[in-house]
Write a protein that binds this ligand. Sequence first.
Ligand code: ZN
Length: 201
Amino acid sequence: MDTIKIGLFIKSLRKEKSLTQREVAEQLNVSEKTISKWETGKGFPEISLMLPLCKIFGISMNELLSGERLSEDQYIEKAEENITSLVKDKTTPRTKVVISTISCILAMLSSLAIIFIAAFSATQIWLRLVMIGIALIIMISNVSVILLVAVSTEIYECDKCGEKFTPTLSAYLLAPHTFNKRYLKCPCCGKKSWNKSHIRK
Ligand SMILES: [Zn+2]
């Protein structure tokens, strides 16, 4: 995330609304210094303050994180970028899983919406097929993101020797599994067993 760019954006929005740093600070219940830190890129609004800040300036969270106003066609692209950088910035793997799941659900819903529009609109058949194609690509790419995050977050404990390991993506995908166990071959003792999954700390 480019905090300098976001800071300049916040500043220009504030000027646009002809508000002082103090007035914005008062509305958000933070100190004037905090606002000045944001505007100079030395700090960044914490999650609980982002929405109220967006409300004051009449922008979306996506625009705040991008540090600029977005046109409709930039919107999805930027949202993906922002979600990716949030995932990178956040420390706990648990948060990664939550964020990637949310982004996946959002992408699924938008893909379904596209398919729905394609199915019922009166446009030409090729255009509908293109729309369905795009929707499917969005879905597939999101499922793969989810899988990659899951693989990088989960570790498995060998039932035979107790060794902890991370399976390869293909082993992970092909293995039979329950909610918290996966049938994998242990790289340490080489035996196959039902291994318990743990979230990497
Ligand atoms: Zn083992």
